[in-house]
Write a protein that binds this ligand. Sequence first.
Ligand code: HEC
Ligand code: HEC
Ligand code: HEC
Length: 112
Amino acid sequence: MRNRIVIFCLMGLFLSTAMVFAQGKGAKQINLHGGKQGDITFPHHMHHTVVNDCMVCHKDFPQEPGALQASKDSGALKKKQMMNKTCLKCHRDRKKAGKPYGPVRCSGCHIR
Ligand code: HEC
Ligand code: HEC
Ligand code: HEC
């Protein structure tokens, strides 16, 4: 009986640790609010592999669910600032440099 309790406790510890790690990286895919242009299905984890520094994006807003929209609502970020200065900027620069790049046209990101 005692051994079982110990095993259950260890399993609980393992699962909660795994969940903390999964949460630390954020969601695999995130739906972002895109106003009248339509929402964006953002492949978050895919960007972890192509952008090796979290701060390229997270210098502008914290690593918390809803933080991008919250920063826009508070005025810390202007509307479309993230889109133009970070997302599109990187995609365009990489296109120019002849490297693999993400969408540069509205409909490549926004889904109506
Ligand atoms: C290309 C841009 C970009 C990069 C690079 C990036 N993130 Fe994010 N991250 C986002 C966006 C956008 C959100 C969504 C914020 C929101 O919900 O408003 C987000 C949200 C999160 C969240 C909040 C939980 C969630 O799933 O919404 C966590 C945690 C997080 N990121 C961790 C990381 C870590 C750790 C790295 C580096 C390994 C990283 N991010 C790299 C753009 C990025
Ligand atoms: C690389 C992906 C990407 C592309 C391409 C893109 N957008 Fe966006 N757009 C975003 C993201 C992410 C947001 C939310 C963050 C922000 O406002 O900066 C956004 C937000 C918006 C908003 C909402 C602003 C608000 O808060 O009301 C509008 C309107 C918009 N985009 C229009 C456009 C138009 C028009 C084009 C084409 C010329 C375009 N977008 C191309 C990613 C993209
Ligand atoms: C520092 C560079 C960089 C930044 C910043 C960046 N991206 Fe990307 N993104 C890429 C690259 C590189 C690819 C293409 C990867 C590939 O196809 O190999 C990509 C691909 C994409 C794709 C296409 C995914 C697919 O399945 O085809 C979307 C959508 C996208 N990015 C949206 C965004 C949004 C929204 C932001 C801002 C929140 C953003 N990206 C910020 C580099 C970046």
